[in-house]
Design a protein around this ligand. Structure first.
Ligand code: FES
Ligand code: FE2
Length: 416
């Protein structure tokens, strides 16, 4: 049996418009494949430039047994390296985040510069060349302040994603932001279910009372109905709401058309009007930070949302940014890391309250964690059958199609 034969068989059971076969969600084999083959073949969102704000700041991104150091050098550049020492392989950074003038291995103290060069290694043979033993780099792209990494030797293209996202988020100037709060939530569900859950709002009206108070029950792919001829009808007035805002957005130079996974690319960008007079994504819809970010002199009643396959989503408000990255830990455990960013000059307790700024998405994440866990448990039963997506779950299907497509491509590459 070839290396990924069972995965290929399960991928062959994929049905258009339907959920995946059970084994792709619950089996240990699929988890190993996802973590070490499929997810290694694509770009993954790791963190923002605000997570590594100063030279020497590092952020450790982990995916199953893989561990990568994202670090800002003395020259201001952000780079990524495998978190494995060139001596006998020890992990170098043991904390998830920190600041260090150099990267020193805890085992025998080999010491690396922030650019990965080996600076010191005691009592090596005379012919040992430090220049041959720098940290192994990992591909990294800084997209308007969002840091993406790719573990593949030959990363796939990223240029269109980079151009489209950077164009719209540059105004928020993430270089001038800082991390106010970072949460790590372990969801007891397969990572693909956590992603599927994020890609629809079919569950929002019942499942997220706090969120719909601010975001309404539209956007996020919601609110459209198929008229039977393949055309989408807007029953809820969302199109009119967006149209009514566009003059305001033009004046602010933030008016753009929806970008939705164009031509096989893996990003979606939408500016969404907020509901009920909300000016940000907070529980009461009121500013969560007094210091505004981006070009906003006044509160603005919309947010810009960015979604990327296969592991991130981000919301840019006029007073803060909230950003989510997801990594699988095992077949039925997923780490969701949520970070709230504010202007670097904002003062906690004066301009913002850390509990208040995080409250809306903390509550929403908890609710989603429960939905994903329940979803996973039901799929694990012998009674599970691949189920049909609703019309407004088109973005769930876009994620699933991305997964199936990249999984097949990764198998083809691995078995070529
Ligand atoms: S393994 Fe890092 S110094 Fe020995
Ligand atoms: Fe949700």
């Amino acid at each position: 049996m070839s290396r990924h034969e069972s995965i290929a068989d399960w991928l062959d059971q994929d049905r258009p418009g339907h959920t995946l076969p059970r084994e792709l969600y619950v089996s240990a084999a699929a988890f190993q494949f996802d973590a070490h083959v499929m997810l290694k073949s694509v770009w993954l969102y790791a963190c923002t430039v605000a997570h590594v704000k100063q030279p020497g700041d590092y952020f450790v991104f982990e995916l199953a047994s893989n561990s990568i150091i994202v670090v800002r050098g003395r020259d201001g550049q952000v780079r990524a390296f495998w978190n494995s020492c060139r001596h006998r392989g020890s992990r170098i950074c043991e904390q998830q985040r920190g600041r260090a003038p150099r990267l020193t291995c805890p085992y025998h103290q080999w010491t690396y510069g922030l650019d990965g060069t080996l600076l010191a290694a005691r009592s090596m043979a005379e012919d040992f060349d430090k220049a041959d033993h720098g940290l192994v780099p990992v591909a990294l792209e800084n997209i308007g302040g969002l840091i993406f990494i790719c573990m593949a030797d030959d990363p796939p293209p990223i240029d269109r994603v980079k151009a489209d996202i950077a164009d719209q988020i540059a105004i928020y100037d993430l270089d001038k932001c800082k991390v106010a709060v970072q949460d790590e939530l372990i969801e007891h569900a397969n990572w693909k279910l956590v992603m599927e859950n994020n890609r629809e709002c079919y569950h929002c009206e019942v499942g997220h009372p706090e969120l719909v108070g601010v975001l309404g029950t539209y956007g996020f792919g919601k609110g459209l109905r198929d008229d039977g001829d393949g055309d989408m009808i807007d029953d809820r007035g969302y199109d009119a709401l967006v149209a009514g805002k566009r003059d305001e957005w033009k004046a602010l130079r933030i008016d753009r058309d929806l970008i939705e996974f164009p031509g096989g690319w893996w990003h979606r960008i939408a500016r969404l009007p907020l509901a009920n007079g909300a000016v940000t994504q907070s529980i009461d819809g009121k500013l969560a930070c007094k210091k505004l970010i981006g070009p906003f002199a006044e509160p603005e009643s919309s947010s810009l949302s960015v979604w990327t396959q296969p592991n991130s989503w981000h919301h840019f408000c006029c007073d803060h940014v909230v950003t989510f990255s997801l990594t699988p830990l095992s077949a039925d455990r997923t780490l969701l890391r949520t970070s709230w960013l504010v202007h670097e000059d904002a003062v906690e307790g004066v301009d913002y309250d850390a509990i208040n700024i995080a409250a809306l998405w903390r509550a929403t994440n908890k609710q989603d964690g429960h939905f994903s866990q329940t979803n996973h448990l039901g799929i694990a039963t012998d009674g599970y059958r691949q189920g049909p997506y609703a019309v407004e779950e088109k973005l769930v299907e876009a994620f699933k199609d991305f997964y199936v497509d990249r999984a097949r491509a990764a198998i083809a590459l691995a078995t070529a």
